[in-house]
Design a protein around this ligand. Structure first.
Ligand code: SF4
Ligand code: SF4
Length: 298
């Protein structure tokens, strides 16, 4: 496509994404150099850019606008609200992300996405290569983009998911594995997860190109093995989390318990259900008595 004419449709959102889209037009970013123009009437556009979550009141207008867009009628959802509803998820006037109402071809996750991410995405959609100096793409110091999870360090504890106020991290327990999954479309790139991670396994990188045609593919994940209960055989906590916790107790926090390493480890390998059985409560009490006696000794 030689030239694209964009019509912007704003729905429920803070409008930061739309500000970034307009920013793309200033000479520094030069969206116009790609042959892109922003038009005020949908009849003159062949690309529809959506920002914000779909609203009940805006549904009719969106459907009408979509009808008026010219072929090839490319629809691009920019920013998380237009992908998942994001923070507007439970809002009473929200009908759903726009892809519930009209077909969406591309998604540019971000909250909001950087102008460079939007330009790169549009260039990718057009199949155009942009020659810009490295300086143009560089992120400022402290910029927070796509996550990286170190598979060696991650113990699968889920602390990152608990701290995430955007509900962007899922903890999915299967029969043998736990998946820790960061979903773009929800993430606000606040880095609370990075601060909370006890093993420094998760970190936000400077990568911000997240264009996708499948919003479910915009994610980063890690997998850890779950431990089998030594009594019932059912899986419960991640194996690495148990080992990490044990190491913290007997090597770092209370080294005097080192002699009880195996006893503590064995009791940790019993699932919460089996721990409630009377014989296991008795065993646990004996271990606790031994530990407190050991603590009293010099
Ligand atoms: S990334 Fe960190 S906080 Fe999240 S599950 Fe892995 S170890 Fe736990
Ligand atoms: S940076 Fe981490 S804590 Fe913040 S919204 Fe994204 S996944 Fe959640």
């Amino acid at each position: 496509m030689a030239k694209i004419s964009v019509y912007r449709f704003l729905s429920a959102g803070c409008n930061a994404c739309d500000v970034e889209i307009l920013e793309c037009l200033v000479p520094r970013y030069g969206l116009a150099n790609l042959g892109v123009e922003v038009v005020e009437e949908p009849e003159k556009a062949n690309v529809l850019i959506l920002t914000g979550a779909g609203t009940i009141k805006g549904e009719k207008a969106l459907l009408e606008v979509y009808e008026k867009i010219n072929p090839p009628k490319i629809v691009v959802a920019v920013g998380n609200c237009s992908i998942t509803k994001n923070i507007f998820d439970k809002g009473y006037p929200i009908i759903g992300p726009p892809n519930k109402l009209i077909p969406v071809n591309y998604y540019i996750p971000g909250c909001p996405p950087r102008p460079q991410a939007i330009i790169k995405a549009i260039a990718d959609i057009l199949g155009v290569k942009i020659e810009e100096k490295e300086e143009f793409w560089k992120t400022p110091e402290g910029f927070r983009g796509r996550h990286e999870i170190d598979g060696e360090k991650c113990i699968g504890c889920g602390a990152c998911a608990q701290i995430c106020t955007a509900d962007a991290i899922e903890v999915i327990d299967g029969p043998e594995k736990r998946i820790i999954r960061v979903n773009y479309g929800h993430c606000t790139f606040c880095a609370f997860c990075q601060d909370e991670c006890p093993t420094q396994a998760i970190r936000l990188t400077g990568v911000y190109h997240l264009l996708t045609s499948d919003p479910r593919a915009a994610r980063v994940e890690n997998e850890v093995n779950l431990l089998s209960c030594t009594i019932c055989g059912g899986t419960f906590f991640p194996e690495k989390q148990i080992e990490w916790a044990l190491k913290r107790v007997v090597e770092e926090k209370v080294p005097i318990y080192k002699d009880y390493h195996d006893n503590i480890y064995n009791s940790m390998r019993i699932c919460p259900n089996c721990r409630r059985k009377i014989e296991n409560i008795k065993r646990a009490k004996i271990l606790l008595t031994n530990l407190s006696e050991r603590a009293r000794r010099p």
